[in-house]
Design a protein around this ligand. Structure first.
Ligand SMILES: Cc1ncc(COP(=O)(O)O)c(C=O)c1O
Length: 387
């Protein structure tokens, strides 16, 4: 089997760090009790472990009270909890064309079921233009800005301090989708005035699949989408509204939670800034070497620092064919198509064919990027010579 070149870290990070694998294995062997339900030693120990992960996450995002964090199964679940659980009704919400379907679909649910009007901004703007564009859209009944921190199609980053300040000034709720940014950019919920933070565990936070989380600011109450056992308040007829029980029903995903804690330990041991610098270096190397290749199109703003995500196309070649050629001939793993972000493709004029997405991770090396650059050039030249 030839070496695999894994460039699909925006879908899920791979490989997982050893510390994550070891921690999950140890939990399954030695800590296989149900948290929050029983009082024997192992169950108490699991509980402790889970609380320590809440504390790690709180520290990582500068959240004052770890109990305001609920564990979910992924960012999609967190975003549904936030968007459908907040009492939005007969009002107006500002969002962007770069949203993932896990934001767009719950928002369209609000549009259809709760008479909520949506406005879309196009984030590829300078900070001044972005501020103007948002402020121009604010109306009397605007209740929230719900936005994606890093586009999973172009990697472009939105200025969340700027948006947080606008939300504070105009008294709007700020919901951030940090699926692509948590573990790459420093996120501070206090500094950026974030009211609700939705994140997933299996991408740049290095956890396993099936774990995510939501932070909800203390004075905000979300209606639970699910009701059931919490191991506490057992005599209450309905789901307790205190956090985190309000949003955690049923047995928690203990292996997933400990994997997330180990992922954060791994990031802290390297340093978030070092991870960021490495991934920026790889992404710049990739773009610099490909931006002038004939008939190769790179999407997004090439002049701004971006997340480690680059979408490409070869003129007159379908994204699925391009991605298959990379995989079948060179064992290069990318993703083709629409990346669950249909409006981004309308904006980029790729609504018909989608794009081939390369997304880099901390484990990728410069040698791997150079290998990919050479193979992309070969494929582009092949089509250029044929046309
Ligand atoms: C920007 C963005 N938001 C939300 C999600 C959903 O994450 P998950 O599949 O972990 O729920 C993704 C996943 O790719 C994403 O890229």
């Amino acid at each position: 089997m030839s070496k695999e070149y894994y460039f699909d870290n925006s879908a899920t990070s791979s490989p997982k760090p050893n510390i994550v694998i070891e921690k999950v294995t140890n939990t399954l062997i030695n800590l296989n009790g149900n948290p929050g339900r029983s009082a024997y030693n192992k169950a108490i120990e699991v509980n402790r472990e889970i609380f320590s992960v809440r504390e790690k996450i709180a520290k990582f995002f500068n959240i004052e009270n770890p109990l305001q964090i609920a564990f979910t199964k992924n960012a999609s679940e967190s975003l549904n909890m936030a968007i459908k659980g907040y009492p939005f009704k007969h009002c107006h919400i500002i969002t962007s064309v770069f949203e993932h379907n896990s934001v767009l679909r719950p928002l369209h649910f609000l549009e259809e079921e709760r008479n909520v009007e949506l406005s879309f901004i196009t984030p590829q703007l300078s900070d001044e233009e972005l501020e103007k564009a948002i402020v121009n859209k604010i109306k009397k009944d605007t209740k929230a800005i719900i936005i994606n921190h890093i586009s999973n199609v172009t990697g472009n980053i939105i200025n969340i301090d700027l948006i947080g300040n606008i939300c504070k000034k105009y008294n709007l709720l700020f919901i951030l989708d940090a699926s692509q940014s948590a573990g790459f950019l420093d996120i501070d919920v206090i500094k950026s005035n974030i009211d609700i933070l939705c994140f997933t565990g299996h991408k740049s936070l290095f956890g396993i699949q099936g774990i995510g989380g939501i932070y909800v600011k203390e004075n905000i109450s979300l209606s639970p989408l699910l009701e059931g056992g919490t191991g506490s308040f057992s005599k209450l007829k309905r789901q307790p509204l205190t956090m985190p029980e309000a949003l955690e029903c049923g047995t928690l995903n203990t292996p997933g939670i400990v994997s997330l804690g180990a992922g954060i330990d791994y990031i802290n041991s390297i340093g978030l800034k070092n991870i960021q610098n490495h991934e920026i270096k790889l992404t710049s190397l990739f773009i610099e070497n490909l931006k002038n290749v004939k008939n190769l199109i790179i999407y997004g703003d090439l002049n701004k620092t971006r997340g480690p995500v680059v979408s490409l196309n070869i003129k007159n070649v379908s994204s699925s064919e391009f991605s298959s050629l990379l995989s079948e001939n060179f064992n290069i793993c990318t993703r083709s198509g629409f990346h669950c972000a249909p409006l981004a493709h309308k904006f980029l004029n790729t609504y018909e064919k989608g794009t081939v997405r390369f997304s880099f991770g901390y484990k990728n090396t410069e040698e791997e990027i150079i290998f990919a650059i050479n193979k992309i050039k070969n494929i582009a030249n092949f089509f250029n010579e044929r046309s």
